[in-house]
Ligand binder design. Structure first.
Ligand SMILES: CC(C)(COP(=O)(O)OP(=O)(O)OC[C@H]1O[C@@H](n2cnc3c(N)ncnc32)[C@H](O)[C@@H]1OP(=O)(O)O)[C@@H](O)C(=O)NCCC(=O)NCCS
Length: 253
C-alpha cells in the first residue's frame, strides 16, 4: 500500500525489472489482474529470460521506497510466422519479428498520471530499434475500458474482436486485439480485403465460441447422472473455477 502523502510530487523513472522486484511484481499482478500468473512467468520476467520488461519507480517518494515498483510492462519477441497476426503484416522475404505485450499495470494510487502511456512508449521505442520488428501487439479483455482508451490514445489499431478468448472463473470473455505497426510493417490488405478478413475472423471466432458452449453443455449433461450426489465433485469444480491459472500464454487482460 502506497502512502498517499508519499506521492505528492512524483518523479517517475524507468528501469528494467530485477530479481529484487519479484515479490512486489507478483503482488501488483495479483492486485490488478483477474487471472493468476504462474511462478515461472515471474521468474522469467525478473531473470529477463525471453521477456523484456520496464519498471516504473517514483524517485521522490518520502517513505523510503523510491526504488519500489509502482508500474510495469512486460513483453516478448515473437516471430511473425508464429504469431496470429501474420496475415496482417506486410510480407517479407526474411524472418520478421513482433513485440507482444504480456502484462501492463500501474498501482492504483499512481494512475492517470501518464505512467502506463510512458511504459508503452518504451515498448514502442524498443520495437522501432529492432530492425526486424514489424509491430507491437496485445490482447485486452473487452470490458477493460481504461486500457482500451489508453491503446487508442497511443494510436494502436483495434484489428480483431475475439469471442470468448479469455476463460476466467468459469466464464468466457471476449478480447480485442490491438496492433501498433513499426518499421513499415503495415497491413498488406486493401481496406476491402481487411474488412472481409475481420468479418471471417469474427464469424470463425463466434462459431468457435458457440461450439465450445455446446460441447460444454453436452459434457455437463452426460456427466450429470454420474455426479448427482457427489458433493466432492462440486467442491472440486468450484475450486478449479476460482484457481484459474494462466499458463503458457501470458496475455494482457
Ligand atoms: C490501464 C492502466 C494500465 C492505465 O494506467 P495509467 O497509468 O492510469 O494510464 P495513463 O495515465 O497513461 O492514461 C493514458 C490514457 O488512458 C486512458 N485511461 C486511463 N485510465 C482511464 C480510465 N479510468 N477511464 C478511461 N480512460 C482511461 C485515457 O485515455 C488516458 O488518457 P488521458 O489521461 O489523456 O485521458 C491502469 O488503469 C491499470 O493498471 N489497470 C489494471 C491493469 C490493466 O488493466 N492493464 C492493462 C491490461 S491490457
Amino acid at each position: 500500500m502506497v502512502d498517499p502523502k508519499a506521492l505528492q510530487y512524483p518523479t517517475i523513472s524507468f528501469r528494467p525489472i530485477l530479481p529484487s522486484d519479484r515479490q512486489v511484481l507478483e503482488k501488483i499482478h495479483s492486485d490488478v489482474f483477474p487471472i493468476r500468473y504462474e511462478s515461472e512467468f515471474f521468474q522469467n520476467v525478473v531473470d529477463g529470460r525471453d521477456v523484456i520488461s520496464w519498471a516504473a519507480v517514483d524517485r521522490n517518494r518520502s517513505d523510503g521506497l523510491d526504488d519500489e515498483l509502482i508500474g510495469f510492462v512486460t513483453a516478448r519477441i515473437i516471430l511473425s510466422r508464429d504469431s496470429e497476426i501474420e496475415d496482417l503484416l506486410r510480407p517479407s522475404g526474411s524472418e520478421q519479428a513482433l513485440l507482444y505485450i504480456l502484462t501492463l499495470g500501474v498501482v492504483e494510487e499512481y494512475r492517470n498520471r501518464g505512467i502506463a502511456s510512458a511504459l508503452v512508449r518504451e515498448v514502442i521505442k524498443y520495437a522501432c530499434n529492432l530492425p526486424t520488428c514489424q509491430a507491437v501487439y496485445l490482447h485486452v479483455i473487452a470490458y477493460n475500458n481504461p486500457a482500451i482508451q489508453l491503446y487508442k490514445k497511443l494510436a494502436f489499431k483495434c484489428v480483431r474482436l475475439l469471442y470468448g478468448f479469455y476463460f476466467i472463473n468459469g466464464q468466457h470473455y471476449d478480447a480485442y486485439l490491438f496492433v501498433y505497426y513499426v518499421n513499415g510493417g503495415r497491413s498488406p490488405c486493401s481496406p476491402l480485403r481487411r474488412l472481409v478478413t475481420v468479418m471471417v475472423t469474427y464469424i470463425r471466432s463466434a462459431l468457435k465460441s458457440v461450439l465450445g458452449k455446446v460441447s460444454k453443455l453436452e459434457e455437463r449433461w452426460s456427466k450429470w447422472p454420474k455426479h448427482r450426489d457427489s458433493s466432492r465433485c462440486l467442491a472440486k469444480s468450484h475450486l478449479r473455477r476460482n484457481e484459474i491459472i494462466q499458463d503458457t500464454d501470458f496475455e494482457c487482460v
